[in-house]
Design a protein around this ligand. Sequence first.
Ligand code: ZN
Length: 84
Amino acid sequence: MSYPPPIVPPPPTPPEKSAACNCAHCRSRHLMGPVVLIALGVLLALQTVWHRWRFEHTWPVLLIVIGLVKLIQHLTPADPLRHR
Ligand SMILES: [Zn+2]
């Protein structure tokens, strides 16, 4: 009894370097601007609504937000085919 030849999938082809990378690591790099702007807007809105939350006291939250985004960037895996 003969078996059919095994089906071997073709090797993965590396993506073109010129195309924009869409791996999790590259996508996380685009988070910084929008997230910092949102945090800044929230802090300024808090100051407007509740005068106790003055920006001169809450601005360190921006440093925490920036640190969290950098942490996310560090923890998201990069596509090994594009980032060698
Ligand atoms: Zn990438």
